[in-house]
Design a protein around this ligand. Structure first.
Ligand SMILES: Cc1cc2nc3c(=O)[nH]c(=O)nc-3n(C[C@H](O)[C@H](O)[C@H](O)COP(=O)(O)O)c2cc1C
Length: 486
């Protein structure tokens, strides 16, 4: 529907830095750099207009303005080239769209990651929808943002009166009925509200119902039903894959008035008790304490002496095997060399092999019951792309020889625990990492715990539904130089 005064504006995502050089364009957003070849001068002119408006949404160019520039400075295929490029920029999470009415921004839909992973919903007038239980609202500076861990899209509400659309989406109704319940802006013929609903659907923020009296598809989805909203949000925001928000060791307070917090506490005047100094605790204890004392994160490995299948087998058997599985009235509980909350043992180990003596590169899953490896994904381009994204390794030549990936079978822990499920899982992860840290030391290997892997990439390579099972941490291993077992 054409409504006078209603415009779609294209805008670069907020933090993106833009550069046009020699017929190509580079956009940097956080740690990512994207380069695109520009088809011709028309596309280049349109893009330079886009690049100058990293500011208020009202100043962003409209789609037709960009097309006019492409036509004026290019040739007959420029508009087509521009459309293709805008599509790629959207998929790369670099541009969003703002709907404005009578010159005022109403709302924006901004990609935050690869939209391909959003479960978007087409909204026709008869589609029965309600707001997804994973949607949350927050304020960033002066903007109201709607976000969801289920997709890579963010919706910014510029006009607060549109919150009435969101407010009544708690109960399921058809899109037509939802629209009838909101008071339209004067003269817009409910087109803004209709577009907002359609943007919410596209952004994976609405869920479908077979009828207004039936449960939502989302609540019936077997992979999703175990997730509580805060657990999924925490998972998606604390691992790479679903979001391009600032992430990792960014040291965002450097240069601000917030000083680095001191490690050592000031000496105060509370009573103090001197502790006796350490004594000889006997051979077993001393061996163990020796390992603890010697343990260091190892980030340099000697490819001349790769770890062997035997080393891997020893490490996995000693630390990670299953000693017993017992049936209880609440399902199976498991006994392994490392403790796990409630003996649930939701964590599994995958081994990504780069160079291991006796084992071809690729991704394997350790079967801790039968003590064997299952080949999940032989080496491929997709495998290597994900493998190289795992750790921020300084030197390619010193990359880990293998990476132990800790993957969680989420339903096992979430079936039992409520409110604290994700926290329990991360505590279990820490326990396993420490077991490995000591075990690699004992075996004369080297290891380094890693926390910021790409869960989406892992799930893709492993062929897993990322809501059912995905990685929560990694542990790099390899044979270090000059190390002997204790
Ligand atoms: C949960 C966790 C996550 C970690 N993530 C990383 C990482 O992503 N990259 C890295 O180089 N080291 C990582 N490390 C290793 C720490 O940087 C290392 O433990 C720390 O620098 C202290 O060194 P040390 O282990 O030799 O005592 C991680 C350690 C832990 C416990």
């Amino acid at each position: 529907m054409v409504v006078t005064g209603l415009e779609e504006r294209i805008r670069l995502r907020d933090s993106a830095e833009f550069e046009l050089l020699n017929g190509s364009m580079t956009i940097s957003a956080f740690l990512h750099r994207f380069s695109f070849k520009l088809a011709d001068d028309g596309v280049a002119t349109a893009m330079s207009r886009l690049g100058t408006t990293n500011g208020p949404s009202e100043l962003a160019p409209t789609t037709s303005e960009l097309e006019n520039l492409a036509t004026e400075f290019g040739n007959e295929t420029s508009v087509l080239g521009l459309g293709k490029l805008l599509g790629r920029l959207t998929l790369s999470g670099l541009v969003g769209r703002t709907i404005s009415f009578a010159g005022e921004a109403q709302f924006s839909i901004i990609p935050d990651a690869l939209p391909a992973i959003s479960d978007s919903l087409e909204c026709t007038p008869s589609t029965v929808v309600s707001l997804s239980r994973f949607v949350f609202l927050r304020v960033d500076k002066t903007k109201i943002l709607l976000e969801t861990p289920r997709s890579g899209w963010i919706i910014e509400i510029h006009d607060p009166t549109l919150m009435t659309v969101i407010g009544q989406l708690a109960s399921p109704a058809t899109v037509k009925e939802h629209l009838e319940r909101v008071v339209p802006q004067e003269g817009d013929n409910q087109e803004i509200e209709r577009r907002l609903l359609s943007a919410l659907g596209r952004a994976g923020m609405l869920t479908n119902h077979a009828s207004p009296t039936e449960a939502s598809e989302e609540s019936l989805d077997p992979s999703l039903r175990v997730w509580s909203a805060h657990d999924l949000l925490f998972h998606q925001r604390s691992r790479v894959g679903r979001s391009r928000q600032p992430f990792g060791g960014t040291y965002r307070f450097v240069g601000t008035e917030v000083p680095p917090p001191r490690y050592r506490r000031p000496v105060d005047d509370q009573p103090k008790i001197e502790l006796p100094s350490s004594t000889d605790c006997g051979e077993v204890a001393e061996n163990y304490f020796g390992l603890l004392n010697q343990r260091r994160s190892q980030r340099e490995f000697d490819d001349g002496r790769p770890v062997s299948l035997g080393d891997l087998a020893e490490l996995l058997w000693r630390t990670t095997r299953v000693r017993d599985v017992r049936e209880t009235e609440y399902g199976e509980i498991v006994d392994r060399p490392f403790p796990s909350g409630g003996a649930v043992h939701e964590l599994d180990t995958y081994i990504a092999v780069r160079t291991v003596d006796g084992l071809a590169p690729g991704l394997y899953r350790y079967d801790p019951v039968d003590h064997l490896l299952v080949l999940v994904h032989p080496e491929s381009r997709e495998f290597w792309t994900w493998f190289h994204s795992v750790p921020p390794w300084p030197e390619p030549s010193t990359q880990p020889q293998a990476v132990l990936v800790i993957a969680s079978r989420f339903d096992r822990v979430m079936w039992k625990y409520e409110g604290m499920a994700y926290a329990v899982m991360l505590k279990n992860t820490g326990v396993l990492m420490q077991s490995w840290s000591l075990a690699v030391e004992a075996l004369g290997l080297g290891g380094c715990p890693l926390g910021a892997g790409d869960s989406e990439g892992f799930a893709r390579v492993a062929g897993l539904d990322p809501y059912v099972e995905s990685s929560v941490a990694e542990f790099a291993i390899g044979r270090p130089d000059n190390r002997q077992p204790l």
